[in-house]
Design a binder for this molecule. Sequence first.
Ligand SMILES: CC(C)(COP(=O)(O)OP(=O)(O)OC[C@H]1O[C@@H](n2cnc3c(N)ncnc32)[C@H](O)[C@@H]1OP(=O)(O)O)[C@@H](O)C(=O)NCCC(=O)NCCS
Length: 333
Amino acid sequence: MTGLRVETGPAHAALLGVGAYRPARVVPNSEIVDAIDSSDEWIQQRSGIRTRRWADDSETIVSMSVAAAQEALQHAGLDARQIDCVIVATVSHLLQTPSAATAVAHELGTDQAAAFDISAACAGFCHGVALANDMVRAGSAGYALVIGVERLSDITDPTDRGTAFIFADGAGAVVVGPSETPGIGPVVWGSDGEHYDHIRSREDWRDVLSSEEPRMPHLAMKGNPVFRWASYSMAKVAQQALDRAGVTVDELDCFIPHQANNRITDAMARAMRLPSSVSIARDIVDAGNTSAASIPLALHRMIQEGEARRGDLALLVAFGAGLSYAAQVVVVP
Ligand SMILES: CC(C)(COP(=O)(O)OP(=O)(O)OC[C@H]1O[C@@H](n2cnc3c(N)ncnc32)[C@H](O)[C@@H]1OP(=O)(O)O)[C@@H](O)C(=O)NCCC(=O)NCCS
């Protein structure tokens, strides 16, 4: 029997470019509070959020993804035709099929690329980076685009006190490609399906269609258990990602957790005993929780504001519905 020939890629992969798209419309807490009997002060104190962005009709999942991807390609010095795979992480692409990624690849002008969506909620971007890292190193893609994008304003109930002030819209993208030195550390990922229903769509499409009143299956969240799970368990996952990458907290430059709640970020930083030299992402203050888009948006802001510099070591840790999570250390492009 003849054995199959197998291929491998370069020894290392890295993030080569980062891009972002933030919708034009800024929504302050004052626009939200009346419908949920809340206050600007309560929202800022409990979550850190001051404003968020909501997309208008022209700012679609595809258009926001394309804009973020084009900036990431430019940052990487690449042409879209060099991309072999487009991965879109999202839970708010409301067309069941085909994937948003195929439309994004087409709009970018890379029709030959493999293209697919992944559903890992707020952990989707870090799942995508892990997949792209493995693809490049295995030789199945020369360059891959990973995009996190959401229009959560479409699936958030404006009268729900537990979610209306949290969720928001935007897109962030990275290019992953070959590197002379390691640029993406081992992923630590998993899921805790016992808490499958802590964050979920209220209903599936069959429930909606069998009802008398047409309605959107909005997101529902058990905020307090999610808060405790994230604050307690995610610092351990983050520490494991550091250990697997052989990086100590003293060597770390940036901490970029999923932008879910500033108090969760504080709890993780305390539990990991991050030294004050580590820059901590606080994009949530003016972006809200953009689920799969939150980490690339936060990374992009930190680069723009000089808090993350080329060659810095950044710890990414993402968590959300499922409950699913993924963390890795990356070198800032
Ligand atoms: C949503 C969240 C901010 C709520 O904060 P919390 O401290 O857990 O709030 P609780 O639900 O325990 O409610 C505490 C009090 O605030 C009140 N409250 C709840 N929502 C409120 C709102 N939007 N405005 C004003 N008061 C509110 C409650 O009625 C309760 O009042 P009481 O003490 O008089 O009974 C917090 O649970 C959270 O951030 N969870 C994680 C969310 C998250 O990360 N999600 C994404 C993961 S991907």
